[in-house]
Design a binder for this molecule. Structure first.
Ligand SMILES: [Zn+2]
Length: 512
């Protein structure tokens, strides 16, 4: 199964119609408008990234002008064929010597079932609720390539000494989404000049081959600045070998017909060190200054807070300087989108995905698309203001419920743990408000839309406070507690009104 030649991309037509498989050539050279079609959104995101990485590796446009032509229309079959000519044997899942993202001859005591390659199917406490049964029973070659790539690049390692990908265990991926699959792929391919800005060592490292063609050496230390674009995008941190496929009829993942399916693989620990951070172009990074040293890492979902609470770091660059001890760098593909998109495309559909993990265990999958109205690229401060306002309403509710639960001074607390639930409810109910505000706001004149958002979030916070405390209304011992907590809520909500912003905090409650 060759990813450059065979039909392996599971898609459905955007208009209407059932799932089919197309080849990369049909995707890049055809007029068809497709969307990916897999049973899990993280698998679709992995398939998307794999397509972007292959296209970046083999079809890098020379400048922004050429990239715009690629975004606008398909490439010709001749262009396709001449670009893949020298690379066909890099992308065979079942190559006898150098199979895609694998190593031949991996020695393992026992084979590992395929479900270990599908992040979060086993091991997580909630896995039976979010996966259909039998998802990993037997995978076609295309799905096998997608899960190999996902495990290597986006998911936590197998644990127990296995290394994670170049972005760490569970990076957030942010991409610009186009109106159909081909356009999304090109929107996230960096043109040559942008590539050199992001990877100043690009020209020197361009001849490098992927890790399964030129293997890493055990124990070696590799400076991140010596890893080329293709090698880094398709980095395989572990030693993995799919066992020979067995006869099959249907792929348990994409549901398409297949005459053979992969059911198990061998894995072996393999150790090396990458020094420094490789600037992966699909992920935002955060920088912290500690004792004069700048530490850099990829943004991740470390709490249950929704993606919008981190929106600022996904789209706004911030340098470390006298006023900021933390810095943030959006994914290079988003930075490029900001520079090249023509006015009619400047509404950004920001695709955000990733896992929340505890070491090798996946706790949660995230997948969201935010639409940012025209002007997001020129008025980035507004995004920070909007996010901070959203978080402040969450804080107001949380502080008030905290007072109700824990009491203050001589006022007894209710002693029931309801603040976490109230916070989770706030995030759930406020999400549509935040999404609509981002999609509608006039970034040059944000005040009217922010006022509507304030009113909506205020009413959500008030409703949730009432719902959380209602069961205790008739408890005579808590009447005073409830009154103090309600006062705390109104004080914090009032502080968020624009004209009241100068009002100080008189310290009704101390929150950890
Ligand atoms: Zn499949």
């Amino acid at each position: 199964m060759n990813l450059l030649i065979d039909q392996w991309i599971p898609v459905r037509p955007l208009e209407s119609g059932g799932a089919v498989k197309i080849s990369l050539r049909e995707l890049l050279c055809g007029e068809g408008k497709w969307e990916l079609c897999l049973p899990r959104d993280d698998m679709e995101l992995a398939a998307m990234q794999l397509l972007i990485c292959i296209t970046q590796a083999l079809f890098t446009p020379k400048d922004g002008k050429e990239l715009m032509i690629r975004i606008a229309r398909p490439i010709t079959v001749e262009e396709y064929e001449s670009s893949i000519r020298n690379f066909a044997d890099w992308f065979c899942v079942d190559h006898p010597k150098q199979p895609f993202m694998q190593v031949r001859g991996v020695a393992a005591k026992d084979p590992t079932p395929m479900d270990k390659l599908l992040a979060g199917v086993t091991g997580a406490t909630n896995s039976c609720f979010v996966n259909q049964a039998g998802l990993a029973d037997g995978l076609c070659g295309g799905c096998a390539a997608i899960v190999l790539f996902n495990q290597a690049s986006c998911a936590p390692s197998f644990g127990g000494g296995f290394k994670a990908g170049l972005r760490g265990s569970a990076p957030i991926t942010t991409l610009a989404q186009g109106d159909h699959l081909r356009r999304t792929v090109w929107l996230n391919v960096l043109h040559e000049e942008e590539l050199i800005l992001n990877f100043p060592w690009h020209r020197d490292t361009a001849p490098q081959k992927p890790t399964w063609i030129e293997p890493l050496k055990a124990g070696e230390t590799i400076p991140a600045q010596r890893i080329g674009v293709v090698r880094g995008l398709l980095w395989q941190p572990a030693h993995i070998e799919l066992l020979p496929p067995v006869a099959a009829e249907i792929c348990s993942c994409c549901g398409c017909r297949t005459d053979k399916a992969y059911v198990a693989f061998n894995k072996a620990k393999f150790s090396y060190t990458v020094s420094g951070t490789w600037p992966h172009p699909h992920s935002p990074r955060i920088m912290t200054s500690k004792k004069g040293e700048i530490e850099e890492k990829f943004a991740s979902f470390t709490t249950s807070a929704p993606a919008w609470t981190q929106l600022s770091r996904f789209v706004v660059q911030q340098q470390i300087d006298k006023t900021n001890t933390d810095g943030q760098q959006p994914a290079e593909v988003i930075t490029q989108a900001r520079k090249i998109l023509p006015p009619q495309l400047q509404k950004l559909h920001l695709l955000i995905g990733g896992y929340r993990n505890n070491q090798a265990s996946v706790l949660e999958r995230r997948h969201e698309v935010f639409t940012l109205n025209h002007g997001w690229d020129k008025h980035s401060g507004v995004i920070g203001e909007l996010v901070s306002l959203g978080r402040s309403y969450r804080d107001a509710l949380y502080k008030a419920v905290f007072v109700f639960v824990n009491g203050v001074k001589d006022v007894k607390g209710a002693g029931v743990k309801i603040n976490q639930a109230a916070e989770a409810q706030f995030y759930r109910r406020s999400e549509p408000t935040i999404e609509e505000t981002l999609a509608r706001i006039d970034f040059a004149d944000p005040a009217p839309e922010l006022a509507i958002m304030r009113a909506s979030l205020k009413s959500i916070a008030t409703d949730l406070f009432n719902e959380a405390t209602r069961p205790y209304l008739n408890d005579p011992q808590l009447i005073k507690t409830l009154a103090v907590a309600r006062r705390t809520l109104f004080k914090h909500l009032n502080n968020l009104e624009p004209q009241m912003n100068t009002g100080g905090d008189n310290g009704t409650a101390k929150i950890p």
